[in-house]
Ligand binder design. Structure first.
Ligand code: FES
Length: 110
């Protein structure tokens, strides 16, 4: 059994098309459930652009077919798929595996 997966609770705890922040070990993880795709995404909550823990409060969107998170402070846009920053390529986010199993959400962030 792979022990790097952490159970972060029932999927019912997570609103669609909004972010939620969970602490996995000492890592703040921003979790998103996109209704259109019915897919989960998880990235670091920390925005490297201004060193703020804010991405779970961001707005989800789309950049040429790629699901993105838009930071609530200065509107930097990051891919939820690979963490690439569309606004300034010097920045990127860590992306974590996340999956649903028997109504529970599991994330691999440690
Ligand atoms: S802190 Fe997120 S874009 Fe500036």
């Amino acid at each position: 059994m792979d022990t790097n997966w952490t159970n972060i609770g029932s999927v019912d705890l997570y609103p669609q098309d909004l972010g939620s922040c969970v602490l996995v070990g000492d890592v703040q993880v921003a979790v998103f459930h996109l209704a259109d795709e019915q897919r989960w995404y998880a990235v670091q909550n920390y925005n490297p652009q201004n060193e703020r823990m804010v991405l779970s409060r961001g707005i989800v969107g789309d950049e040429k077919g790629t699901p993105i998170i838009i930071c609530p402070l200065h509107k930097y846009r990051y891919s939820l798929k690979d963490g690439k920053c569309f606004t300034d390529e010097q920045y990127s986010l860590k992306v974590f595996e996340v999956r649903e199993e028997a109504g529970e959400l599991l994330v691999k962030a440690s």
